[in-house]
Ligand binder design. Structure first.
Ligand code: IFM
Length: 460
């Protein structure tokens, strides 16, 4: 099963999840430093220290990438390093990313930076955070500072990673930083994040004319327990609206869907819109990043697992029944087949845009055995199944141009702390020892072959 020539093979990480060094070289607190210091907010009381100590081990980690044969490395830039306290630009913060980009380029690896992966400077949250329009303008200033330093060396920029999480987990359910549970603030955050994307994209276009710019959305195919039950269908529509169309439509079609606007009327989405917001947001992206982990299977019968109501603003009565599918250590259903349908839906119902799977991965209970090996057959099977699903979509005409595994390293998995291991490379957080798992050498071969061999899931 061979992928198209020029298909981009990569791995992903994010700053707060791997860097550590949160007080070094002028970095100031982000909302995640504040949130993770709050008792009970993050599993085991974990914080972004030490993470995977990547800030200090950057060149060792680039060597790891090169040894694996990774072609593109998707990482994020920490806003609180570059504009600490939302005040002056900090050249030392930019120095780190310049060193990283140069080290990657010297190793023949394409740098694929994301400008915002959830680490808002706390100083901006103190002024209202993403619930305030002003934060979008501050984002554009920060993007200009980064482009001023790296615009001549980076070919592909991503403005935001998964704005749904920033908005709804950050300001709705409070499961993520800044831990607010204010539905109207969650909706405002979603709009201001989209505005930030548009403003940031225009800055990038202005400062690096040859560069490509896009954003990454976490999209979830939604199916309902009983398609003949009107209540189930309605819950499915609302969740699809909030999770997928609220973000896809303004960016790719220039407008919020009418039904989503109506659903969110009580939370004030319509009142936030100024005359040219949608024009700014819909500046045509050069690519769309998709993060796919699982699908959502919903019903109108709430159950104990439905989560805090405000997470699904406007869909409070949803239930998420179990289907007996295999699950990851994050307790997420594994359903690779749905990825094909998701890609086809984008291809068939939205204007054409090159697609990249910028994240796909799974946590399992990986352990280093006595012989020093980490055997993670489940992860190999997980990746193989998702690559097959992606390939099936390409065969049906989808313009999918790349795949990035999440993640290179075991890391700080947000509210789950260090308890969930997604890496191709095991990290012992006490010693920072890196041990490539069996999946690392397997994925390395996939990248070298530009696809899967027939026996590739034999490890299952
Ligand atoms: O770890 C996260 C990442 O930061 C964003 N996408 C999902 C991953 C796994 O939960």
């Amino acid at each position: 099963m061979t992928f198209p020539d020029e298909f981009v093979w990569g791995v992903s990480t994010a700053a707060y999840q791997i860097e550590g060094a949160t007080t070094v070289d002028g970095r100031r607190p982000s909302i995640w430093d504040t949130f993770s210091a709050r008792p009970g907010a993050v599993a085991c009381g974990d914080t972004g220290e030490p993470a995977a100590d990547h800030y200090r081990r950057m060149s060792e980690d680039v060597t790891l990438l090169a040894d694996l044969g990774v072609r593109a490395y998707r990482f994020s830039i920490a806003w609180p390093r570059v504009v600490p306290d939302a005040a002056e630009v900090n050249p030392a913060g930019l120095d780190f990313y310049e060193r990283l980009v140069d080290t990657l380029l010297q190793a023949g690896i394409t740098p694929w930076p994301t400008l915002y992966h959830w680490d808002l400077p706390q100083a901006l949250e103190d002024r209202g955070g993403w619930a305030e329009r002003e934060t979008a303008y501050r984002f554009a200033d920060y993007v200009a500072a980064v482009l001023g330093r790296l615009g001549d060396r980076v070919g592909t920029w991503t403005t935001l990673n998964e704005p749904w999480c920033s908005a709804f987990l950050g300001y709705g359910s409070g499961r993520h930083a800044p831990g607010r549970t204010e539905p109207a603030a969650a909706v405002a955050a979603a709009h201001h994040l989209l505005l930030a994307h548009g403003l940031g994209a225009s800055v990038i276009r202005g400062q690096a004319r040859a560069a490509r710019v896009g954003l990454t959305l976490n999209l979830f195919p939604v199916s309902v327990a009983d398609p003949d039950n009107a209540g189930d269908v309605e819950v499915g529509r609302r969740i699809d609206g909030l999770q997928n169309r609220l973000f896809l439509d303004p960016v790719l079609r220039g407008g919020y869907p009418a039904d989503v606007l109506a659903d969110l009327e009580p939370y004030g989405l319509g009142r936030l819109l100024t005359a040219d917001d949608l024009e700014v947001i819909s500046v045509p992206p050069d690519l769309l990043g998709i993060n796919y982990y699982r699908d959502l299977y919903v019903s109108s019968v709430p159950d104990a697992r439905s989560g805090p109501p405000s997470e699904w603003v406007g869909a409070e009565n949803a239930g998420f029944p179990r289907r007996g599918l295999p699950r990851t250590d994050s307790d997420w259903d594994i359903n690779a087949g749905e990825l094909t349908g998701l890609l086809l839906r984008l291809h068939e119902t939205y204007p054409p845009v090159p697609l990249y799977l910028t994240e796909n991965g799974a946590a399992f209970r990986d352990r280093v055995s006595a012989d020093g090996a980490v055997s993670d057959a489940e992860r190999i099977a997980f990746i193989a199944d998702h690559l097959r699903a992606a390939h099936a979509a390409i065969e049906r005409g989808v313009d999918l141009r790349g795949y990035f595994y999440w993640s290179l390293l075991d890391n700080f998995e947000w509210a789950e702390g260090y308890t969930k291991r997604f890496g191709l490379v095991h990290v012992d957080f006490a010693t920072q020892r890196r041990t490539p798992k069996a999946s690392a050498s397997w994925y390395s071969q996939v990248m070298a072959d530009n696809g899967l061999r027939e026996h590739d899931d034999r490890a299952r």
